[in-house]
Design a protein around this ligand. Sequence first.
Ligand code: KIV
Ligand code: NA
Length: 266
Amino acid sequence: MKRLTVPSIRARKGGEPLVMLTAYTVRTAQLLDPHCDMLLVGDSLGQVVYGLPSTVPVTLEMMAAHGAAVVRGSYHAVVVVDMPFGSYEASPEKAFESAAYLLKQTGAAAVKLEGGQAMAPTVKFLSERGIPVMGHVGLTPQAVNTLGGYGARGRSKAEADKIVADAGAVAEAGAFAIVIEGVVEPIAIAITHAVACPTIGIGASAQCDGQVLVAEDMLGLFDRTARFVKKFDDLAGRISAAVETYAADVRSRAFPGAEQIYAPKD
Ligand code: KIV
Ligand code: NA
């Protein structure tokens, strides 16, 4: 199967919903890839993989290392790598350098960056120079220090209007798709109707053009429980049970058994 392309993703506006999950490692990428249109190497790896308190400390080098692993573990999905906090906000030129570094190091096809009207010139600068950009509006976790937390956005009219304007600006600037995170549903629907590119919802609406979740969240592997996460399995529970059995088998000398040991030839 040939790998999907960014233009083919963009062309899916209003069609069959786009399926996206995060992946940070090669094995996860291998397992998710056949079922997904896009894999996101999210800077959520800061919390999920590294135990950091937010995505703010995540570095370009971390994103490059995990992005390369995910590209090596996939052959079908479009791989999108998050630009980490501090690597793109200062200027379009700085953003281009950072994004080019990520694409060169990883082989990924696109980057994602957070922000609205203020980032629109950067989205345009990159898009016109060969770097497809996915936008990200609404609850933007890299702005946790200005937002003051991870609560849903757009409950007031003024905030709702700003998010809709942000999405419009990013779409107008050439984003090939836009993540809408953690907003009251009417905003997600309004944006989806207003912009020409696909919208990817997370804590948004089933009417978005696609959905994304952190794989560890939907698999029940991570201990965070946002309202918008549906647990499709309980891998944490399964891992605990397997490790409990292993520990008991080691202590009772039931493991290793005959099939796991090497017998001499004669
Ligand atoms: O970093 C991430 O995982 C994300 C998605 C949740 C959209 O940005
Ligand atoms: Na992210």
